[in-house]
Design a protein around this ligand. Structure first.
Ligand code: DP6
Length: 416
């Protein structure tokens, strides 16, 4: 075995509050409209990737969550090609390694990546995954491009990945150029700007095989007349309003816009032939719960947004409201008797105490939500949610030290 050089990075996932749905160019992944997202805390939802290079490697290889996967897909190839093109000189005195710019074309890489959340949860993993791949490859290959250029490259792996190159609130500018050179993400504000926000993700139990975003949006572009109207008329105005709401930390406007945009995205799915159903009964019940609460208080209390699946992402303005939201969620969607509380609420679990829940027995004494009208006829849905993740807005990709490497330097293969 000759020398092995590695770099390890970690990238967050993100959730759109103004949705990307529809491409104007499939190969380059260019969207029909701008979108805005919030990056989520990588401690709870992220991808960690090690990229290794060695003269002993005979081809590019990749392992995802412990299994080797093919790199032959166009999206991986685009990211690898674009980063290799921009590679710089790399020197490692300790290992006596000097890789010149021109050598990268002949060297192969091994890529090992893990998500810190279960793939089966149906949470967008491609955003974190491609952002991490591009970010870490760029570090290993000493690419001097800024985040904006890396964002445009990550976009060619998966559209939403271009937004995971930054923390906080991020806008993906659709761009005008046919070659996609001006289509990439910019940071609106960093994660400390609106740090009171709390995000609770309800991972909804579902057995249904979902339509992938890629094929779903292709069908929508081809068949939904609403999509065109949304892209041309609705989104440009909403983007301006959302930017304003974020700048002013105006939670009422933020929540109204996020909910309306999620609902419009799902309306477009329904307007697609054949229609696409991403939300299920549980998703609809969560929307009803939030809407009833809003009506009772006369103002939005929390925002909800749903991607290409039934999971609800709920955003509360602060910990107090988040605790109140968690009380409601646990009231209507309690765990089954077999489910342990520690595996039902994960992430920033300290919020449970604020919700008055220290142990499973406390679930029986949760207060009746004030908006419940008929106290004698309350429907509860145990088992319809797999678990909740409590998290908050988070930072962009970071480089990790060598001790976090997922590649064994002696073999060039993943650690078992
Ligand atoms: C509903 O980025 O997964 O999450 O570009 O084809 O890889 P591809 O699609 P992807 O689509 C995400 C769609 C969405 C909305 C959003 O994240 O903006």
């Amino acid at each position: 075995m000759e020398w092995v050089l590695t770099a390890t990075g970690r990238s967050p996932t993100n959730i759109a509050v103004i949705k990307y749905w529809g491409k104007r160019d499939e190969a380059l992944i260019l969207p029909v409209n701008d979108s805005i997202s919030v990056t989520l805390d990588p401690d709870h939802l992220s991808a960690t990737t090690t990229v290794a290079v060695s003269p002993s490697f005979d081809r590019d290889r990749m392992w995802l969550n412990g299994n080797e996967i093919s790199l032959s897909g166009g999206r991986f190839q685009s990211c690898l090609r674009e980063i290799r093109k921009r590679a710089g000189d790399v020197k490692d005195e300790k290992k006596g390694v000097h890789i010149g710019k021109e050598d990268w074309e002949k060297l192969h890489v091994h890529i090992v990546s893990y998500n810190n959340f279960p793939t089966a949860a149906g949470l967008a993993s491609s955003a974190a995954g491609f952002a991490c791949l591009v970010f870490t490859l760029a570090k290993l290959m000493n690419v001097s491009e800024n985040e904006a250029a890396l964002s445009s490259i990550a976009r060619q792996g998966s559209g939403s990945a271009c937004r995971s190159l930054y923390g906080g609130f991020v806008k993906w500018v659709k761009g005008e150029e046919a070659n996609g050179s001006d289509s990439g993400a910019v940071q609106l504000v960093d994660e400390s700007y609106w740090s009171d926000l709390v995000v609770i993700i309800a991972v909804v139990s579902s057995r249904q095989k979902e339509t992938s975003s890629t094929s779903g949006m292709r069908d929508s572009v081809l068949t939904s007349a609403l999509l065109q109207h949304r892209a041309e008329i609705i989104v440009p105005k909403r983007i301006r309003q959302m930017e304003e709401a974020i700048k002013n930390r105006d939670f009422g406007s933020f929540a109204s816009l996020a909910c309306a945009d999620s609902n419009q995205f799902h309306a477009i799915c329904l307007d697609t032939t054949p229609p696409i159903f991403y939300m299920n009964d549980t998703s609809h019940r969560i929307i009803n719960m939030v809407e009833r609460w809003r009506q009772f208080e006369g103002a939005p209390q929390v925002a909800y947004t749903f991607d290409a699946g039934p999971n609800a992402v709920l955003i509360a303005p602060n910990r107090k409201v988040a605790a109140s939201l968690l009380q409601r969620l646990l009231f209507f969607f309690p765990p089954t008797p077999e489910t342990k509380l520690e595996s039902y609420i994960v992430g920033e679990t300290s919020i449970l105490q604020e919700a008055g829940v220290q142990a499973a027995k406390d679930l029986d004494s949760l207060p009746l939500p004030s908006e419940v009208k008929d106290k004698n006829n309350v429907q509860k849905y145990p088992g319809s949610i797999s678990y909740f993740i409590c998290t908050s807005p988070g930072k962009g990709p970071i480089l990790l030290s060598e001790e976090h490497s997922l590649v064994n330097p002696a073999t060039g293969l993943p650690f078992k």
